[in-house]
Design a protein around this ligand. Structure first.
Ligand code: MG
Length: 385
């Protein structure tokens, strides 16, 4: 059996370290030829010593000399943003586990190189949709989603024709504040918001789960990945996080993918597609009682959800504005500058200022991102405590 060459970009983060576990668990299936991270050089060097890639990228260029001393002799070290991009051009399969908007150049580089992109960085697809969709038409280029919901939809869609799809049902755990009313949420702490009930993830996405912005971004992500319009994408709260999403068909049947929450399953699916891994992550124990419940989201308390639908329907640069405003607002909440309910307010105020500029180039995405961040910073300052 031949092994696929793999590049792990964002290798020291939550997705990256789990991708390393997938590689190690499926002996011989994947050959890691490149690793890249933003700044965690000790962890990155440790991975390089274990996996022996030809190339290691480091986003913070000031750390490159130190990293070069730590990696095995002969390893090529590429510094700065170019380091992440070089890693994204180096393999047949590229795992993009970079956090936030910084993942866009990685997504574009992988697709333009005709690689399979195992995409965990949803922000790049959301903010840069028009340019990402263009890059996606490169011969050989393909996106297989790592995001658990989209990975589930991808699996469900494998057996049905697009005319048979009535709607996509994206499941949401509901986060730590499910069932809370608006007034009780103004004083929640960062630690409370970081206490996700079912998934262990990085801080940015965990806060996004607490506001349901993560789900809103995933609705846009689903629209871009699968070409289904917003009227046919719904969100269902499912606190157990066992059903990772569903596809309802025109004849009334609903297909679903079930497994115990474990990101190594979708990571391995995306890396190995179309062949399944032969190692199991998160199989359900059907011998024990299992209760699955579903409910509609509270769209008033979790206003970020409808803000995302609104931005998605507006299209063009609006999703980029939504994403940038949210990144600014979440950073402000994590550093204690604004209360939790102000996250949605900052995003709403920023979107109101959206200038309607289209996204037709990488630079236009950067401009939209920059302008939205400036607007959002003003909105944050107006709500400071
Ligand atoms: Mg998800």
């Amino acid at each position: 059996m031949t092994s696929a060459t793999v590049s792990l970009v964002g290798s020291t983060g939550s997705i990256g370290t789990q991708a390393v576990e997938v590689v190690e668990a499926s002996a011989g299936r994947f050959e890691v030829v490149a690793l890249a991270a933003q700044s965690s050089i000790d962890h990155l060097a440790e991975q390089a010593r274990a996996l022996r890639p030809a190339l290691v990228g480091i986003g913070d260029p000031t750390l490159a000399p130190k990293l070069a001393e730590l990696v095995p002799a002969g390893t090529e070290v590429v510094a700065g943003p170019e380091g992440l991009v070089a890693a994204a051009r180096a393999a047949e399969v590229v795992v993009n586990g970079v956090v936030g908007f910084a993942g866009l150049p990685v997504t574009l580089a992988a697709l333009e190189a005709g690689a399979r992109l195992a995409l965990a960085n949803k922000e790049s697809l959301i903010a840069g949709a028009p340019v990402v969709q263009r890059a996606r038409t490169t011969p050989g280029a393909e996106i297989v989603p790592v995001d658990s919901e989209h990975c589930a939809v991808h699996q469900c869609l494998a057996s049905v024709g697009s005319d048979d799809v009535a709607r996509l049902l994206i499941t949401a755990s509901g986060g730590p504040f499910r069932g809370r009313d608006r007034s009780s949420l103004s004083a929640v702490t960062v630690d409370e918001a970081l206490a996700h009930p079912t998934w262990k993830m990085g801080p940015k996405i965990t806060i996004d789960s607490s506001t349901l912005m993560n789900k809103g971004l995933e609705v846009i992500e689903a629209h871009e990945l699968f070409g289904v319009d917003y009227d046919r994408i719904d969100v269902v709260v499912h606190p157990q996080s066992i059903v990772h999403s569903m596809v309802e068909l025109v004849d009334g049947a609903t297909l679903a993918q079930l497994s115990v929450p474990d990101m190594r399953l979708p990571i391995g699916y995306a890396m190995g597609y179309p062949r399944r891994l032969d190692v199991a992550f998160g199989p359900v124990d059907w011998g024990r009682p299992l209760q699955l419940t579903f409910e509609a989201p509270d769209r008033e308390v979790f206003a970020c959800l409808d803000l995302a639908y609104q931005a998605g329907r507006t299209g063009g640069g609006a999703p980029a504005w939504l994403n940038a405003a949210n990144e600014v607002a979440v950073a402000a909440f994590l550093s204690g500058r604004i209360p939790w309910p102000a996250i949605a307010e900052v995003v709403a105020e920023t979107l109101e200022a959206f200038d309607g500029a289209p996204i037709d180039s990488f630079d236009a995405v950067l401009d939209a991102d920059r302008e939205a961040r400036e607007r959002a910073a003003v909105a944050v300052a107006g709500r400071g405590r």
